[in-house]
Design a protein around this ligand. Structure first.
Ligand SMILES: Nc1nc2c(ncn2[C@@H]2O[C@H](COP(=O)(O)OP(=O)(O)O)[C@@H](O)[C@H]2O)c(=O)[nH]1
Ligand SMILES: [Mg+2]
Length: 246
């Protein structure tokens, strides 16, 4: 007869109460509308880390933002591309304390937009990407069935100097449910070459693929471990933010 004590598999009855853990997904779900601006100088100067979502019209950007934040109408998903002509800011953070900002930039490359409007928007976007001081990361949406387009390449060139200075960069390959596994693997390796050291993730709003991974990455970007410097604004904002037009 063994006298060794029996080990119980049942869970302890009085487990210590642990504080609620902030998960990257829970954090994403705190997204709330902050402001919208038709022109760059109408954006409020902020010192909270900001992540911009960019992509060709119809790439799936609005759907991706809505899926990540689990809010159906936060970013306007539409079958009529080219309609969003504003930079929309969303605040993230528990208990109403904003610890990151998402910026939804207008989709580019939609053929039916008048040429002057296109040029104006390309300029607004380029200015934003080059000069927005609290911008710390860029997420580029790409429909892998089309790959990176000429406009995506132009945008990559615009942001290259900032990426070289430490700006984070992620390519999201959207609508992954439309690809076979082999096609997904191929799209991933092509995009990794094009991302120039940035991250690449497959994503499907339909299948909820990549949602956790993207949330985790954005959380890590904006909550770096102690001792790792955050790309901070170069200088404090000089002007008071202007009131926005409606
Ligand atoms: N199958 C599939 N369709 C998607 C997905 N994400 C977006 N779409 C569709 O692609 C179209 C464009 O999406 P939208 O989010 O409006 O693109 P945006 O112009 O980049 O904001 C819509 O018809 C969406 O329903 C996805 O993950 N899977
Ligand atoms: Mg959209």
């Amino acid at each position: 007869m063994s006298s060794s004590p029996r080990v119980s598999n049942s869970s302890p009855q009085a487990a210590p109460a642990t504080p609620p853990v902030v998960t990257p997904m829970g954090w994403m779900h705190t997204a709330r509308f902050l402001t919208t601006a038709a022109q760059l100088h109408h954006l409020p100067a902020m010192d909270t880390p900001e992540i911009a979502f960019v992509g060709r019209s119809n790439a799936g950007k609005s759907t991706c933002i809505n899926t990540l934040t689990q809010q159906k109408q936060l970013a306007f998903a539409s079958k009529k591309p080219g309609r969003t002509q504003h930079i929309n800011l969303f605040a993230l953070g528990k208990q109403g304390i904003t610890d990151a900002v998402l910026a939804d930039l207008p989709g580019y490359g939609y053929a039916a937009v008048a040429k002057m409007d296109k040029l104006r928007w390309q300029q607004v976007m380029a200015n934003y990407l080059v000069s927005r001081e609290n911008l710390m990361g860029i997420v580029m949406m790409c429909d892998p069935r089309h790959g990176l387009t000429e406009l995506d390449d132009i945008l990559l060139e615009v942001i290259r100097p900032r990426v070289e200075q430490g700006l984070k960069f992620l390519i999201i390959l959207t609508k992954a449910d439309k690809l076979t596994r082999a096609e997904q693997a191929k799209a991933l390796s092509i995009a990794r070459l094009q991302a120039g050291g940035g991250e690449v993730r497959l994503f499907s709003a339909l299948k909820k693929q990549g949602v956790d991974e993207v949330a985790q990455l954005l959380w890590d970007w904006t909550h770096p471990k102690e001792g790792v410097p955050v790309p901070a604004p170069a200088k404090p904002p000089e002007d008071e933010p202007e009131a926005l037009d409606e």
